[in-house]
Design a protein around this ligand. Structure first.
Ligand code: MG
Ligand code: ZN
Length: 224
């Protein structure tokens, strides 16, 4: 058993070295990088479709979409107007790692990118342990899930900077309580910034768009 633990530790530290390399490359070109994580079906791709639709004219956005088996999400993002979209098919792995991102950025000119979005594989467990060189992890949760998710997956909520609650149009149709999920999340991470929105109705999306544009500008500023 101790052997197994050591192997995992080694893999993680190799990932950390590559993540540092990635972070340096992104920093050189002042690219703002987010790592979007959630359970399957929370709406990561839907949120990114809306985000591309709204911000494509303002920002140069590159996206990599991780999927275990298909390129469906990447194809949806291209259809939504994404100009720089690459799929990463993990072939069974339930998370992305830094080596996959390093390989994917060979296909991009970072000097021409403002915002780099990583859509991680739908999974709230191990993606929390893999640094991808991002500026922020953003965790998405929807109102069709349990409002105790932050307590069940504390690692992910602790390492995230932002929590987005999606599908607010469905509030009231389940036992999910907005104030409960926020209380639970704050117990784990008092610094979490929270957005409440519905990709279906568009409610709350403008605040998310504005914040994202601000972050991109901030990364380019001398104050970063
Ligand atoms: Mg998706
Ligand atoms: Zn995994």
């Amino acid at each position: 058993m101790p052997e197994k633990i050591m192997i995992e530790k080694k893999v993680l530290s190799e990932n950390d070295i590559l993540a540092q390399e990635l972070r340096k490359k992104f920093q050189e070109h002042s690219v703002f990088v987010i790592n979007l994580v959630s359970s399957p079906g929370s709406g990561k791709t839907s949120l990114l479709e809306k985000t591309i639709g709204q911000l494509n004219d303002k920002l140069n956005i590159a996206l990599v979409a991780g999927d275990v088996q298909t390129e469906n999400d990447a194809n949806r993002l291209i259809k939504a107007g994404g100009k720089m979209v690459r799929p990463i098919v993990t072939g069974g792995s339930c998370h992305l790692d830094a080596s996959m991102i390093l390989k994917s950025i060979e296909q991009f000119d970072l000097a021409k990118i403002d915002l780099f979005v990583i859509e991680n594989v739908g999974n709230l467990v191990c993606p929390s342990s893999y640094d991808l060189g991002e500026d922020m992890k953003i965790v998405l949760i929807s109102t069709t899930e349990g409002d105790d998710k932050p307590l069940k997956y504390p690692g992910m909520f602790r390492r995230s900077s932002v929590m987005i609650v999606n599908k607010t149009d469905l509030l009231g149709f389940s036992d999910f309580e907005l104030h409960t999920v926020k209380e639970n999340a704050k117990k784990i991470n008092g610094q979490l910034k929270v957005f409440e929105l519905s990709c279906r109705t568009g409610d709350g999306l403008p605040k998310w768009f504005d914040w994202l544009v601000e972050q991109v500008a901030f990364k380019k500023s001398d104050n970063w």
